[in-house]
Ligand binder design. Structure first.
Ligand code: SAH
Ligand code: SF4
Ligand code: F3S
Length: 440
C-alpha cells in the first residue's frame, strides 16, 4: 500500500443507528489490525456509511465519494468501501458501481457484519466486490465494536421497522423489525457499565414495539430490568413512536433511577388529515394526551420531537395545526425537516407535492417558534445548579461540555479528567439552546 500505515477512516451519515454501525465497522477493521485516522488522506481504507432518509443526505454522500477520485489516482492501493442505507436502496448499488468506478467494495445494511470478509477478499485479490443482500437476516450477535462515543454507549435493541410511514424509506432499506433477546441486551449493558460507560442509549426505529417477536418480552420490562443493574449510569432510548407510547412505559421510566426523564417522541405534523396520510396511526389530540400522561407522572419531563413540513397536500390550515401543536406541546427541542420525496414510498406517488418555497417559509416560521420556546426553557435554568455528565471538550469554545438528565447541553470551564464524570454545574448564562455554567 502507498500509505502502508494500516490506517482506516470512516465517514458516517444519518442517524444514531448508523453511528453505532460505524462503531461495528471500526471494530471489524480493528480486529484485522487496522487503526483509525482523522484525515482521509492518511488512510489505506476509507469507508462511507451512508444514509438516504432525505435527498440532501444522499447528495452529500455522493458528493464526498466523488471527491475521492483524485485521492484514488494518487494512491492506487487505497481501498474505498461504501455501505449503509443508500446502497441498500433498489438498484442503487449498481448505479454507484457505474457512476464511481473507483469504489472497491459496496455492501448494504443486511450484510454489514460481512464487511470484514469482503475486505479480506479485496485485500487478497483485485476484483471489485458489489454485494447486497435483498432480505434481512436474523439478529447477529458478537460483531466486534470499537466505541467512539464514551461516556455514552449505544446498544441496539431492535433492527428494522414495520411501520411504513408513507414518506419514509427506512422500512425498505432496513427490513422488518427484529428484536435482540433481553439476555443479550442485559449482558451487553452490564459489560458496558462495568467498563465505565455512564450513559446507555438503547436504539431502535420504534423502541416501544421492542419484544413483539419474543414471547414474554416488552419495552417497559426491559427498562425495569436494565434499571436493576447496579452502578450509576443514565439510561436513554430512541426513537419512541407515539402510537405505542404507553402508560406502562411512563411508569417504568418514573420508577427507574436510571431512565432519564426525557423522551424523543416524533410527532411529524399537527393536522389529523396529514397524520392519516402519513400513516402515523394517531391524531393530534391523542398525541397531546400521551404528553399529558407523561407529565402527570413526571411533571418536568423533557420531550423532544421531529416535525416535517411540506408533506404532499399540506395546506396553510394543516400547517397552522402544526404550529398550534408546537405551542401546546412545549417541546424542549425539535428537529425540523422539509419533506423530501423518496422513490418507492407511497407519498412519492401522491398528488399535490408542496412547492419548495412554501415549505421553506413554513419551516422558518416553525423554527422561530420553537426557538422562542427553547429560550424560555433556557431562562428558567439561570442560577440553578444541575448534575452534568461531562462528555468532552469543545475546541471552538475552549470549554468542556455535558448534559443534564433532561438532555440540555451545558458548557463550562473544566479539565480533561472530568470527561465521563458526573459534576455539579451552576448555570451562569443562557443563550438560545445551550447554557454556560461554572463547576461548583
Ligand atoms: N424511526 C424514527 C425516525 C426515523 S427518521 C421515527 O419513527 O420517528 C428521522 C426523522 O426523519 C423522522 O422522524 C422524520 O421526521 C424525518 N424523515 C423521515 N423521512 C423523511 C422524508 N422523506 N422527508 C423528510 N423528512 C423525513
Ligand atoms: Fe420511518 Fe415511520 Fe419507521 Fe420511523 S416509524 S423509521 S418514520 S417508517
Ligand atoms: Fe438512519 Fe438514514 Fe438509514 S436516518 S436508518 S441512516 S436512512
Amino acid at each position: 500500500m502507498l500509505n502502508g500505515n494500516g490506517k482506516y477512516h470512516i465517514i458516517t451519515y444519518g442517524c444514531q443507528m448508523n453511528l453505532h454501525e460505524s462503531e461495528k465497522l471500526a471494530g471489524i477493521l480493528s480486529s484485522r489490525g487496522f487503526a483509525p485516522c482523522n484525515e482521509p488522506e492518511d488512510a489505506d481504507i476509507i469507508v462511507f456509511n451512508t444514509c438516504c432518509i432525505r435527498e440532501n443526505a444522499e447528495k452529500r454522500a455522493e458528493g464526498n465519494i466523488g471527491a475521492l477520485k483524485q485521492l484514488k489516482k494518487r494512491n492506487k492501493n487505497l481501498i474505498i468501501a461504501v455501505g449503509g442505507c443508500l446502497t441498500q436502496q433498489k438498484g442503487r448499488a449498481e448505479a454507484l458501481r457505474d457512476k464511481f468506478p473507483f469504489i472497491d467494495i459496496i455492501f448494504g445494511t443486511h450484510n454489514l457484519e460481512e464487511f470484514g470478509t469482503l475486505l479480506d477478499k479485496k485485500l487478497s485479490g483485485n476484483e471489485r466486490l458489489i454485494e447486497i443482500r435483498e432480505k434481512e437476516g436474523a439478529v447477529r450477535e458478537n460483531t466486534p465494536k470499537t466505541r467512539t462515543s464514551y461516556p455514552n454507549a449505544w446498544v441496539n435493541i431492535t433492527y428494522g421497522c414495520n411501520n411504513f410511514c408513507s414518506y419514509c424509506i427506512v422500512p425498505y432499506v432496513r427490513g422488518r423489525e427484529r428484536s435482540r433477546s433481553p439476555e443479550d441486551i442485559l449482558n451487553e449493558v452490564r459489560g458496558l457499565v462495568a467498563e465505565g460507560y455512564k450513559e446507555i442509549t438503547l436504539l431502535g426505529q420504534n423502541v416501544n414495539s421492542y419484544g413483539k417477536d419474543i414471547p414474554g418480552a416488552d419495552f417497559p420490562s426491559l427498562i425495569r430490568r436494565i434499571s436493576d443493574i447496579g452502578g450509576k449510569f443514565r439510561l436513554k432510548f430512541m426513537t419512541s413512536h407515539p402510537k405505542d407510547f404507553s402508560e406502562e412505559l411512563v411508569r417504568a421510566i418514573c420508577d427507574s433511577d436510571k431512565a432519564c426523564p426525557s423522551v424523543h417522541l416524533p410527532v411529524q405534523a399537527g393536522s389529523d388529515r396529514v397524520l392519516a396520510l402519513m400513516n402515523r396511526k394517531y391524531t393530534k389530540e391523542e398525541y397531546l394526551d400521551k404528553l399529558a400522561v407523561l407529565r402527570e407522572y413526571i411533571p418536568h419531563a423533557a420531550v423532544t420531537t421531529d416535525i416535517m413540513v411540506g408533506f404532499p397536500t399540506e395546506t396553510e390550515d394543516d400547517f397552522e395545526e402544526t404550529i398550534d401543536l408546537v405551542k401546546k406541546a412545549r417541546f424542549s427541542g425539535a428537529f425540523t425537516f422539509v419533506y423530501s420525496k423518496r422513490k418507492g414510498t407511497p407519498a412519492a406517488e401522491m398528488q399535490g407535492q408542496v412547492p419548495a418555497a412554501v415549505s421553506k417559509k413554513r419551516i422558518m416560521r416553525l423554527i422561530a417558534l420553537q426557538n422562542s420556546v427553547n429560550r424560555e426553557y433556557s431562562k428558567a435554568y439561570m442560577g440553578k445548579t444541575v448534575e452534568v455528565l461531562c462528555e468532552g471538550y469543545d475546541a471552538k469554545r475552549d470549554k468542556y461540555l455535558g448534559r443534564d438528565i433532561y438532555g440540555r447541553m451545558i458548557y463550562f470551564t473544566g479539565t480533561a479528567d472530568l470527561v465521563g464524570e458526573f459534576v455539579q454545574v451552576k448555570v451562569t448564562a443562557t443563550g438560545g439552546i445551550s447554557l454556560m455554567g461554572e463547576l461548583i
